[in-house]
Design a protein around this ligand. Structure first.
Ligand SMILES: Cc1cc2nc3c(=O)[nH]c(=O)nc-3n(C[C@H](O)[C@H](O)[C@H](O)COP(=O)(O)O)c2cc1C
Ligand SMILES: [Mn+2]
Length: 468
């Protein structure tokens, strides 16, 4: 069985059944799914959810299933990479990086072998309102597709995959928001020739498809090959209905929306509840003409919930590994790097280091800054602090920092365009907090109970069998 969303569902069922929750009661795509996710989040719970009975945007039963929170728990991502579920810390991002550096070329299969072609809708049958596209947050302009957009480079044919939101503006019309990264670059080159850029929005595939699409490798890297590396098998491709082999699409996807980004046309798009937890502004954005919808029978629509851990984690894992590898190359004392959810897995980086010389912690902070324009607060801790345990990181800041000498502020840097605290042009300030102990004087010892006693004392022997 090729690795697809259903393969992953089976894996969740076998290895984390307590974390896969099915909802059979009917839900509306407008706000209701997100309200359920928000209520769970308020209790710090992030099970993968499967909605069996969701309406479409006409208020009718959609015939689709919808899954969400696939990435909201790092243990799910560990499973996706075929790691044990308890290896969700640095092991997950390092395994991601190892596999992303062993790309596997995709294979092409016949249309008859492609599940994504079980149902094909073209011409007047294209109607995006029949899909359970969610309206997420109160001020969102319209329903939004939140998943992965694939496209072939108009000059080289190399494939890019990246998450891009697409508004539903009509039965066959959408608008897309692209920051100036790879897809935008493809589109600008097509537009210069006066041509549209064929794209496909892929909804529902194995989680590695999504994790791979967030890789921050150079533009010449073929992201279908990187996704193959993460899957540890070739991604199966099939020609699209509209563009044939000019746009190859993943054969094992649940749903494919084919279309093209039109040159020299802009329409308003947004506001949209962004990954920062704030609404991003309305902008003039390129228009997408939708040409075909193809899907499996009994399709599963995968929603990545923007502004919540689902989005933070899927985008953060690739960045974390890249940070770690680059820093380790410069400074072998680096132990671990964590981009925590509290900073949307973008704005904060916690770095642990075994310092060999005074000032190395600050050097690590400085070396980390250029890796991603969005990272702005770097906290460097000693190796006795676990960067995956935020309580320990804050304790290190509380007890090892004197702000006048341990905090470095670097104004007027490139920041995030969606960070509401930056200027409108995306200019912001970086901060490095050196929360390591000074090396120039002996430092107070951390309190502890003798290890031999800790190993010997078992709570259940003293408090009863329910304690461990
Ligand atoms: C759920 C999700 C939604 C995203 N939406 C957008 C978007 O609408 N526009 C955009 O430019 N980037 C968006 N991003 C970020 C890009 O997908 C990300 O920067 C990606 O690495 C870009 O790929 P590229 O380097 O191949 O261009 C989103 C990321 C996630 C995880
Ligand atoms: Mn890319």
């Amino acid at each position: 069985m090729p690795k697809d969303l259903r393969y992953f569902l089976d894996k969740m069922q076998k290895e984390m059944p307590e974390d896969l929750v099915t909802i059979t009661k009917e839900v509306d795509p407008k706000f209701e799914v997100v309200a359920i996710q928000q209520k769970l989040e308020d209790q710090n719970r992030y099970p993968m959810l499967m909605f069996e009975n969701i309406k479409n945007n006409y208020g009718e039963p959609s015939g689709f299933r919808l899954t969400s929170n696939v990435f909201a728990n790092r243990a799910h991502c560990a499973l996706a990479l075929e790691l044990p579920k308890d290896k969700w810390q640095m092991e997950t991002s390092l395994e991601y990086s190892r596999l992303a550096h062993q790309p596997i070329k995709p294979v092409v299969v016949d249309k008859s072998q492609a599940p994504c072609k079980e149902v094909i809708l073209t011409g007047d049958d294209v109607d995006m309102y029949k899909l359970p596209v969610l309206t997420h947050h109160e001020m969102d302009g319209l329903p939004y597709l939140p998943d992965v957009v694939v496209a072939a480079d108009p000059d080289t044919g190399v494939y890019n995959a990246s998450h891009h939101r697409m508004i539903i503006a009509g039965k066959d019309e959408s608008r897309i928001w692209m920051s100036p990264r790879h897809l935008w670059n493809y589109f600008m080159r097509a537009q210069e020739k006066g041509e549209p850029l064929p794209i496909a929005h892929v909804l529902g595939h194995h989680p590695c498809f999504y994790l791979g699409s967030e890789s921050i490798l150079p533009m010449q890297s073929d992201e279908y090959e990187i996704i193959g590396g993460l899957l540890q098998e070739p991604l199966r491709l099939v020609p699209s209905e509209t563009y044939g082999d000019k746009l190859m699409v993943p054969a094992d996807a649940e749903i494919i929306i084919e279309g093209e980004i039109l040159p020299n046309l802009r329409e308003p798009e947004g506001p949209f509840g962004e990954f920062t937890g704030y609404y991003g502004p309305q902008r003039w954005s390129p228009v997408v003409k939708i040409k075909a919808i193809t899907h499996r029978k009994n399709p599963i629509y995968l929603n990545v919930l923007c502004g919540h851990p689902d989005t933070s984690i899927v985008g953060g894992i690739a960045k974390e590994a890249c940070f770690y590898e680059e820093l380790k190359r410069l400074m072998p004392g680096i132990q671990a790097v964590h981009l925590p959810i509290s900073g949307c897995c973008r704005f904060h980086a916690y770095i642990s280091i075994k310092q060999r010389f005074n000032g190395e912690a600050k050097m690590a902070g400085l070396a980390a800054l250029p890796h991603h324009d969005i990272v702005k607060h770097i906290v460097v801790v000693d190796e006795d602090i676990d960067p995956f345990n935020e309580k320990e990181v804050l304790w290190a800041i509380a007890t090892r920092v004197q702000a006048d000498k341990d905090v470095t502020i670097i104004p007027h840097c490139r920041g995030g365009l969606l960070d509401p605290s930056c200027t409108i042009e995306g200019i912001g300030t970086k901060m490095i907090i050196d929360a390591t102990k000074p090396m120039t004087r002996p430092y107070e010892e951390k309190i502890s109970v003798p290890k031999e006693v800790m190993d010997r004392i078992q709570l259940k022997d003293y408090l009863g069998k329910d304690w461990c």
